[in-house]
Design a protein around this ligand. Sequence first.
Ligand code: HEC
Ligand code: HEC
Length: 335
Amino acid sequence: MLTKSIPLTFAVVACAALMAAGSVMAQGQEPIRPIQAAKVTAPAKVELGKKLFFDPRLSKSGSISCNSCHNLSMGGSDNLKTSIGDKWQKGPINSPTVLNSSGNIAQFWDGRAKDLKEQAGGPIANPGEMAFTHELAVDMLRSIPQYVSEFKKVFGNDKLTIDEVTAAIAAFEETLVTPNSRFDKWLKGDHKALKSQELAGYKLFKASGCVGCHNGPNLGGNSYQKMGVVEAFKTTNTAEGRSAITGKDADRFNFKVPTLRNVELTYPYFHDGSANTLGEAVDTMGRLQLGRKFTDTENTEIVAFLKTLTGDQPKLTLPALPPSSDKTKRPHPFE
Ligand code: HEC
Ligand code: HEC
């Protein structure tokens, strides 16, 4: 067996080398660009935003923070079909990752927030999520002397407004990028960064048309597309997609194409969280978006490629949150 397998191994290696040589030439034209590391220009603002991102006192219960549903130890998502909100409420839709979200054209599945700052105000006051109000959130922060002085230091005034809160959170989120994935290393010319199976997966990803919607540095995030182009997507989830914003019937079931960066970490998949595994998601995409049924080998190759998109996860020191003062209103977890 061993002697027989030697020529085969050589053949595979030679073949991979040829494929790699071909791809070197084409790299300048690849439809996907590497992710750039974040440049931190306002470190104090980022640090404040990090505290706010982790602070559960921005919720009515005092126990739900942004990190509850966008867990930075788990790829910036919660790995649940749909999120759990205040009083264990069932969320309406799957929580997208916050990693690399600064690279998206807009925020939310239907793009209803134009940027991270506009987005960050939403969950605090959403009764199904953190169930607080912007007034109560600001009152809470103003009652904590360390927050007061930190906001003053960062924004140069004594106001401490919700606008400043969301600006700081957005500044932190802008640092949550994940460079140096193996695929990015390959894009930058390190031919050994991908194994032949993964490279075959990337070729299939391009040749079969996935790249038509999943392109750019985020492999997605830059357009709205129909879920169910060739074959209808069946779901009991009531989200209607872009039409909820535009009012146009043609936009029904158009969703912001999710990024495929770190997709290995952000299961389950789709806006309704209905696909538990990457293999299932790839199979569904092939059939519904492209009218193509992948063989098991093809599916495995694409999945192997998708797993090379996991980049360096943000390296964070857990922030020490300033203690509540005697004046800070206490949370109401059970009311
Ligand atoms: C209870 C769970 C929950 C909490 C808490 C929560 N989120 Fe989310 N987040 C979600 C869900 C679900 C969505 C998708 C909603 C939609 O698209 O309609 C979302 C969407 C987002 C997005 C958009 C990402 C994209 O690619 O479209 C960002 C950014 C985000 N949240 C940041 C935050 C921040 C910042 C906080 C804290 C202030 C926060 N979230 C709190 C569940 C949560
Ligand atoms: C016509 C545009 C289009 C094409 C082509 C396309 N996708 Fe998608 N993809 C989307 C949209 C839109 C979603 C979100 C659908 C939803 O959640 O309802 C998505 C979701 C996904 C997801 C789940 C991501 C997540 O975080 O939930 C994966 C994985 C994926 N696509 C992979 C692929 C692969 C692999 C191919 C090629 C076989 C492909 N896609 C082809 C538009 C497309």
